[in-house]
Design a protein around this ligand. Structure first.
Ligand code: SOE
Length: 392
């Protein structure tokens, strides 16, 4: 006898690069994992109806719309996945939560601290009514990263003391690269500081088990004016149009953090690391060992065990593709490797399970707010405090 599962009707807003990644994840999650709810890819919303229609055809969304407010008004939508630029996250996410819909919101939570605070408050009020929210820090759900967390919790590297993290890209090294929305403060909030730094801060909080309470940093914009964008979407997909405009975000940032559990962290984020396409690395040094993960080698976790004799303690490569590795068993036999897109599938699996079980998922909007406080602190340190430490 089969028991019928409850249906979860999903709508996704914003079909750009990340909307595509999420569409793929909504499609693959029920195909590879035994989900407790019956996921329906109900509506894809995008301002441009041709793009929405294209996304619906490719991924199997049942309907399209160009107006997200329509989704809020509908009784038959249970969850809204917000994949728009950050400037509209607060309006959509708060309206959805207030209408009793679960929300998955891409990172960073918002473009500014006040908006993030407002969203976290709405999420906490909604949670009291059993309405859940999750912020899309998908790298937590890379199997090698989830394994690192497990090993840290098991005490395999002892007490965590230092974290070094970098997220490096190079997609705007060319001064002729157009002024895409990611280079405009009113749309993106910040440059790599928020886009890439938010991931590093979240990973640091997650892996170190603490929160950054003091920070200092420096920002740089190397190319101040760029050709205005013509047509196209996505990273590297925008073609230059007529005229020039001002770049209003950072091109690169460095910053430091002190956590409330005495861990020290250092960060570099940039879109000018020539030759680095999407290179995220994070190293965690503990009293009894160290862990190092690098997105360019996504399925490998490097582990240094300081409890064995030094002559044989060298960093060793653990392949995070075993049936016992978090998330991996649902995919392929051992060693058949998985990629970047799988982390979004895992995020959706965890969210659907949390909704079915009635347990709040993580990272919550409060976790997203903690990240936003750091971003705001770095910006204040760099722009008004001459790089001095600020307390958050
Ligand atoms: C673009 O810089 C971007 O797509 C980020 O927005 C993502 O969060 C990151 O995973 C890859 O780079």
């Amino acid at each position: 006898m089969t028991t019928e599962k409850h249906q979860l009707n999903v709508a996704l807003v914003g079909y750009g690069f990340i909307g595509k990644a999420h569409s793929h994840a909504w499609r693959t999650a029920p195909a590879f994992f035994d989900l407790p709810l019956d996921v329906h890819m109900s509506v894809l919303c995008n301002r441009n109806s041709d793009r929405a229609a294209d996304g619906a055809r490719r991924f199997g969304w049942q309907e399209i719309t160009t107006d997200w407010r329509e989704l809020i008004a509908r009784d038959d939508i249970d969850l809204i996945d917000v994949c728009t630029p950050g400037g509209v996250h607060p309006d959509i996410a708060v309206a959805a939560l207030q209408a009793g819909k679960h929300v998955l919101c891409e990172k960073p939570l918002a473009n500014g601290l006040a908006e993030a605070r407002h969203m976290a408050e709405a999420a906490s009020a909604a949670q009291e009514q059993g309405v859940f929210s999750l912020v899309g820090f998908a790298y937590r759900r890379v199997p090698a990263v989830a394994l690192a967390k497990q090993m840290i919790q098991e005490g395999r590297i002892g007490q965590v003391r230092q974290i070094r993290a970098a997220y490096q890209q190079d997609f705007i090294v060319d001064p002729e690269a157009p002024l895409a929305w990611r280079l405009q403060k009113d749309k993106a909030g910040s440059g790599p500081l928020g886009d890439l730094g938010a991931h590093l801060i979240d990973l640091t909080h997650y892996l170190a088990g603490g929160t950054i309470t003091q920070t200092c940093g420096s920002l740089e914009t190397f190319i101040k004016r760029r050709p205005l964008p013509g047509s196209g979407v996505g990273l590297g997909g925008v073609v230059a149009g007529e005229g020039f405009g001002e770049v209003t975000v950072d091109d690169a940032a460095w910053f430091l953090g002190r956590l409330d559990n005495d861990v020290l962290a250092s960060f570099e984020v940039t879109r000018f690391a020539t030759g680095r396409k999407n290179a995220l690395s994070i190293e965690i040094s503990g009293s009894q060992g160290a862990l190092l993960w690098n997105l360019e080698d996504i399925n490998v976790l490097n582990f240094y065990d300081n409890t064995v004799p030094a002559v044989e303690a060298g960093f060793r490569r653990i392949l995070a593709t075993e049936p016992q590795t978090p998330y991996y068993a649902a995919w392929w036999p051992a060693g058949h490797v998985i990629g970047w897109e799988h982390s979004f599938t895992h995020e959706i699996v965890d969210l659907v399970e949390a909704i079915a079980q009635g347990t709040p998922p993580a990272p919550s909007f409060a976790d997203g707010l903690a990240v936003q406080r750091v971003l705001d602190g770095v910006e204040r340190s760099a722009t008004t405090c001459n790089g001095a430490w600020v307390t958050l």
